[in-house]
Each structure stands twice: as structure tokens, then as C-alpha cells.
Design a protein around this ligand. Structure first.
Ligand SMILES: Cc1ncc(COP(=O)(O)O)c(C=O)c1O
Length: 422
């Protein structure tokens, strides 16, 4: 006997138990649009889970996945290698600046940040130092594994358990709006300088180039360059979490490209496979990998998963890189993002809107309170546009394939929703 779908046995993540039953049933997705079980089409303002960068159901990605699935789905990454993963590692080395050449493939952003930390901590052991302290933004989000969760100080993601090593969370004192000034950048850097100076030498600083879940905070220009200098002064590794921002989302290939820096470790996921299939990558400098030759007991990377670097996922990522180049998606992200931001900035005159900010195809509308942000998202949903809201901030991140007409439709629907706030 089949069970009724209203008695769902699926336990959805990050959703209160009382709201489990209220999920939209999504049955189809094409380009920038998705359709629910009732037949209603929506403009997808959040790219699935902020990851369908090439749009939904891109034929070239489906073809790459199908062909690879027919030839070789995957093989033991410990015992062997295969061409799709080798090609992806080589292409990432070409794409990333400086000495960022060595890639470890995993399955999710959280696994990626956790792998990055394990590599960073092991690096210090390898060179005979016992550094363990890690510094992150309090409002940063780096995932939901046991370790990933410890890295964030966000009240709604924070873990009840203690971290296995010291983690210092830097709390921003300015509002996101006040932060976007030369003084804002200086004040923020001073906080990181203080945290680096006080306490044991830090093993690593891990930051997102734009704080996504923590309020869609656009960091001031020059901040990452200043942070790179500070890390160099303290001999601390700089890890960039590009899980949300990477692969064109901010109008540049990587978020850190805006400041022209080279991190020591980069974590990538979401856009890397355009949401078609799970994949994440951690790329480190050759100098970091080289230290693994000095391990006291030669074990190599003490980390890995059965499906890490899955051949089908790697083949899709290789196709994604092709689509990004052929369809000029990084450029489109910058162009449509600027158009969207310009259109939405008019909403700043509304008494219940405190800020409109963005970078590339990440745009945020900050409301006076979470209820207003919720009302905007709800009205937009009723009018056929899906967006997210967290901490009083409406987050908009449509596929990088979005057209000018779709951008204008999105601006129009959000303007109507804000207008109805009263
Ligand atoms: C910046 C950042 N890091 C890490 C993660 C965790 O990735 P995943 O949900 O794939 O584990 C996310 C997910 O939203 C993210 O936005």
C-alpha cells in the first residue's frame, strides 16, 4: 500500500519540525524557471540551492553526465584515478592564480571546508609546528559537519558541542552598510589584526569573500588584500571559502579576484557542478602539498570519501567550465547583477528597507525586521518569484544564465512585494 505524500517520512534539513509538511513539491526545472506539483511556474531567484549557476537542466551538462555514466560511473579514488577527475584538477590549476595547483575532490561544501582545515592543521604538524588556532567571522557560514558547524558563530547554526581546537570568531561591529567604506575596511582589518595578535599563533584564517548566510554582507573593497597582508605578517594560512561565491557568482570567476589576491587554500562547491550532482573541490598550493612528504608516518592525506571525485560529477564540472566560458557567464553575472542592483536600489527609499547591496548576481534587500523580509519573500512567491530570507535579509541569486527580460521581471516582482509592505 502506498503512503500518502502528505504523511511525508522525509526529514528535511534546517527546517523546524512544525514546518516539515509545508514544503513546495518541485517537479520540473528548466533554465531560470521551476514548476511545482500544482503546475505553477516560478522564476528561480535562488538557483535551486544557490548552485544551479548554468540554469536548470542545461543540455550540455546532462549530455556530459550521461556519456560519463555510460562509460564509467566511478572507481576507487584511493586505488586508481580516472580521466574526468584528472582533467578537472588540471583545469582548476589553470583557472586559479599563483601556486594553487593541488586539488582534493569531495562531495559537499561542508566536506570541503573540513578537508581544508584538516590539511591546514596537518601542514603545521608536517613542518614541526603545533599551530591549531583558527580564526573565522562570527557571521561566516562554512557548513554543517561537526567541524564546519564550529567555524560559524551564527546563532541559528551554532553547535552545542565544543570544538576540538581553538576557534576565534571575529564579530563585525559595523552594519553592512557602514562597512562598505574605506573606514569600514580599516576597522574590520583592525579586528582581524587584534585577533591574530592576541593568543597563540594562528594556523589559519578562513573567510567567505562575501558573507552569504550571515546576512549577505558585501565586504569592503581592499579587505581581502589587507587580510592577505596580515596573514603573511603572522605566517598564517589564508583559506577562502568560495562555496557560494566561486565560478562567476560575484561577477568575477572567484570572489577573491575582486581584490587580486592568492589564498593558500580555496574551497569550491555549489556552482562547480551547477547543482546537477554533488561535488566540491579543495585546492592548495604546491608548497602545502609538498610538506606531506615530511610526515612522520607516511599516510598522505588522512582524509577522503568513497565517492570523492566521482567520475560523473567531475565530468559535469568539466562541462560547467566549458559552458561558463562559451556562454560568458561570468560577464553576464556582472552585467545582469549591476542591472538588478540598480533596479532594486530604488527600494532604499522605502521606510522599511534599510539597505540594498550586492556583488555580481548576489543581491540583498535588508528590511527593518525579519517579519518584513519574510513578507517580501512570501509576496514574491505568490507572484511567481522564489527568493530566500535570513536574518531580515532577502537574498537573491538567480542562475548566471539569467536574461535581461528575466532580470527586469525579477526587479519588478520584488518592487511590487516591497510596495505591498505598507
Ligand atoms: C560559504 C559556504 N560554505 C560552506 C557551505 C556548506 O556547503 P554544503 O551545504 O554543500 O555542505 C555553504 C552552504 O551553503 C556555504 O554557503
Amino acid at each position: 500500500m502506498s503512503r500518502s505524500i502528505s504523511k511525508s517520512l522525509l526529514w528535511r534539513p534546517w527546517t523546524p519540525i512544525t514546518q516539515q509538511a509545508s514544503a513546495l513539491q518541485i517537479v520540473e526545472a528548466r533554465g531560470s524557471r521551476i514548476r511545482d506539483a500544482e503546475g505553477t511556474w516560478y522564476l528561480d531567484g535562488i538557483s535551486g540551492v544557490l548552485n544551479a549557476s548554468c540554469g536548470h537542466g542545461h543540455p550540455k551538462l546532462i549530455e556530459a553526465a550521461t556519456q560519463q555514466m555510460q562509460r564509467l560511473a566511478h572507481y576507487d579514488p584511493m586505488a586508481a584515478s580516472h580521466q574526468p577527475a584528472e582533467t578537472l584538477a588540471a583545469r582548476l590549476a589553470d583557472l586559479l592564480p599563483g601556486d594553487l595547483n593541488e586539488t582534493c575532490l569531495v562531495n559537499s561544501g561542508s566536506e570541503g571546508t573540513e578537508a581544508a582545515l584538516k590539511i591546514a592543521l596537518q601542514y603545521w604538524r608536517n613542518i614541526g609546528d603545533d599551530r591549531e588556532r583558527v580564526i573565522t567571522f562570527e557571521a561566516g557560514y562554512h557548513g554543517s559537519t561537526f567541524l564546519g558547524q564550529q567555524l560559524s558563530g551564527l546563532p541559528f547554526t551554532v553547535s552545542d558541542w565544543t570544538a576540538p581546537f581553538p576557534i576565534d570568531h571575529v564579530a563585525m561591529r559595523e552594519s553592512p552598510r557602514a562597512l562598505r567604506t574605506a573606514e569600514g575596511a580599516e576597522a574590520l582589518l583592525a579586528l582581524f589584526a587584534q585577533t591574530l595578535e592576541n593568543g597563540a599563533p594562528a594556523a589559519a584564517v578562513m573567510v567567505e569573500p562575501l558573507l552569504g548566510l550571515g546576512g549577505c554582507v558585501v565586504l569592503p573593497e581592499g579587505f581581502l588584500a589587507g587580510l592577505r597582508r596580515l596573514c603573511d605578517q603572522h605566517g598564517t594560512l589564508l583559506i577562502l571559502d568560495e562555496v557560494f561565491c566561486g565560478f562567476g557568482r560575484t561577477g568575477r570567476m572567484f570572489g577573491f579576484d575582486h581584490d587580486g589576491i592568492t589564498p593558500d587554500i580555496v574551497v569550491m562547491s555549489k556552482g562547480i557542478s551547477s547543482g546537477l550532482i554533488p561535488l566540491a573541490a579543495v585546492t592548495v598550493t604546491s608548497a602545502i602539498k609538498e610538506t606531506f612528504k615530511n610526515e612522520p608516518v607516511a599516510q598522505g592525506l588522512r582524509y577522503g570519501h568513497t565517492t570523492g571525485g566521482h567520475a560523473v560529477a567531475s565530468a559535469v564540472a568539466n562541462a560547467v567550465l566549458g559552458v561558463i566560458a562559451e556562454e560568458k557567464l561570468v560577464e553576464n553575472s556582472a552585467i545582469q547583477g549591476a542591472r538588478m542592483l540598480e533596479g532594486l536600489q530604488a527600494l532604499q527609499s522605502h521606510p522599511k528597507i534599510t539597505d540594498v547591496r550586492g556583488l555580481g548576481l548576489i543581491v540583498a534587500i535588508e528590511a527593518d525586521c525579519p517579519a518584513s523580509a519574510g513578507a517580501i519573500a512570501e509576496t514574491a512567491g505568490r507572484n511567481g518569484l522564489l527568493v530566500r530570507h535570513e536574518r531580515g535579509v532577502v537574498r537573491i541569486a538567480p542562475p548566471l544564465t539569467i536574461t535581461t527580460d528575466e532580470t527586469l521581471e525579477l526587479v519588478d516582482k520584488l518592487s511590487t512585494a516591497v510596495g505591498l509592505l505598507g
